[in-house]
Design a protein around this ligand. Structure first.
Ligand SMILES: [Zn+2]
Length: 414
């Protein structure tokens, strides 16, 4: 897989080159606007890059002195802007023909060469060189770290002119090996705790719920069909029961694949290095789950395990004891803390959905188990939908308050 980052770097442009750079930017914007106008000329808006290329490339080459790759970049900009207008129309929203005014210019590896101290940029009249403006202390900031890291490769950049400054937004990428399991993913490693159950098939410590409705519906349907067939008692009926079984199993598996994909996506989105489940061995005894549920939990676990491995995310099982009775906020453990889907701590009063409280506990258990051991590379917290909670139960709010809709948020009591 690839990891992509953008590093904004200020450029020092020689006064003799400033006019040339402005010219290049102007021609780039002219090209993007020319292609856009063309796209809007017919009865339908043209969004195909290939069609737009055929229709406009020669004209733009003739009218401008842009490098051929800049002509293509301008056409891509135009095509994407037109596509998003058409998307908006489809959603019944208003949108008018795009017009590019903000001064910028797209570079790729053919039109820019990135050196240690400076960049060489193609213009409408040959190349210019511009030094990076980077006080030493800025070399260690998160953005520039990628740019100066040998592990990252620069793939291109976008030049912007804002408030009298030339800024180069440099795109970097790093190839990640698949078998470095925790190493890369643990940069900001956190644990995603996952609780499995009957009402909700899975609940993550980020507050995302996957209900068991679909599963229950299919299971009932399957059992009804099987019941009907069993009444016949013939060999034909027997074979049909098996066919229904295979078909239903296939449909359950599709759902479980979807849920496992979403769980792994959740872990990736939140930068989790580990997904922790409870030990599945005695889950039927603990949760009153049916054989069907146990079968589903095992499949789900398997799917998550191999899908997560592709992204270097580990999948682990922890001791399930008391994860549903323990308060994830203060640690007080009592059977009466939980009543059905409600969790209310008798000691500190923490309230939340019982499955969500359990998901947090599963994450915390993994965290505690691993903090006393190996050390380096161990995750630092359990991922909640905003922020993390560490092994001591201390809550850290996130840098940005990106609240998500449709999820169980951490209760304001924290
Ligand atoms: Zn409590």
């Amino acid at each position: 897989m690839e990891k992509r980052r953008t590093a904004p770097v200020k450029l020092e442009v020689d006064s003799s080159d400033v006019a040339l750079l402005h010219d290049t930017v102007d021609e780039f914007l002219w090209a993007a606007n020319y292609v856009t106008r063309h796209a809007f000329e017919g009865e339908y808006v043209t969004t195909s890059k290939t069609t737009l290329h055929h229709d406009t490339y020669e004209d733009v080459r003739e009218e401008t002195a842009l490098h051929s790759n800049q002509v293509q970049a301008a056409r891509n900009k135009a095509a994407e802007a037109c596509k998003s207008v058409v998307e908006k129309w489809k959603q019944g929203k208003k949108a008018s023909m795009p017009h590019f005014t903000s001064p910028h210019l797209v570079y790729d590896h053919r039109t820019a060469t990135f050196h240690d101290q400076y960049v060489s940029l193609a213009t409408t009249d040959g190349r210019i060189e511009a030094h990076y403006v980077l006080p030493d202390k800025e070399r260690d900031t998160p953005h520039t770290e990628y740019f100066f890291s040998d592990e990252y490769e620069t793939t291109g950049a976008e030049l912007h002119y804002t408030n009298g400054n030339w800024m180069l937004h440099i795109h970097c990428k790093k190839e990640m090996e698949l078998d470095t399991s925790e190493q890369d993913a643990t940069e900001n490693g956190t644990v995603l705790g996952v609780d499995l159950g009957v009402n909700n098939l899975a609940v993550a410590s980020t507050g995302t719920f996957w209900t068991g409705d679909e599963f229950d519906h299919w299971r009932r349907e399957y059992e009804n069909q099987r019941g009907d067939l069993q009444e016949h008692g013939t060999r034909w009926a027997h074979e049909n029961i098996q066919a229904v079984g295979r078909k239903e199993e296939g449909r359950f598996k599709i759902t479980l694949h979807r849920i496992s994909n979403e769980l792994v996506a959740e872990a990736r989105e939140y930068g989790c290095s580990v997904i922790a489940f409870e030990d599945l061995t005695d889950i039927r005894e603990r949760t009153g789950a049916s054989w069907g549920h146990k079968w589903a939990f095992n499949r789900l676990y398997e799917y998550v395990e191999y899908k997560a491995a592709e992204y270097g995310i580990g999948v682990e099982q922890v001791d399930p004891e008391n994860t549903s009775r323990r308060c994830s906020h203060c640690g007080f453990t009592h059977p009466d803390n939980r009543e059905g889907e409600e969790f209310r701590c008798l000691k500190c009063g923490y309230e939340n959905h019982a499955d969500y409280n359990a998901a947090k506990n599963i994450g915390l258990r993994y965290l505690r188990r691993n903090q006393t051991g190996s050390g380096g590379g161990a995750p630092v917290g359990v991922r909640l939908n905003s922020g993390t909670v560490n092994a001591n139960g201390e809550y850290e709010s996130p840098g940005d308050d990106s609240a998500r809709a449709g999820v169980h948020a951490e209760s304001p009591r924290l």
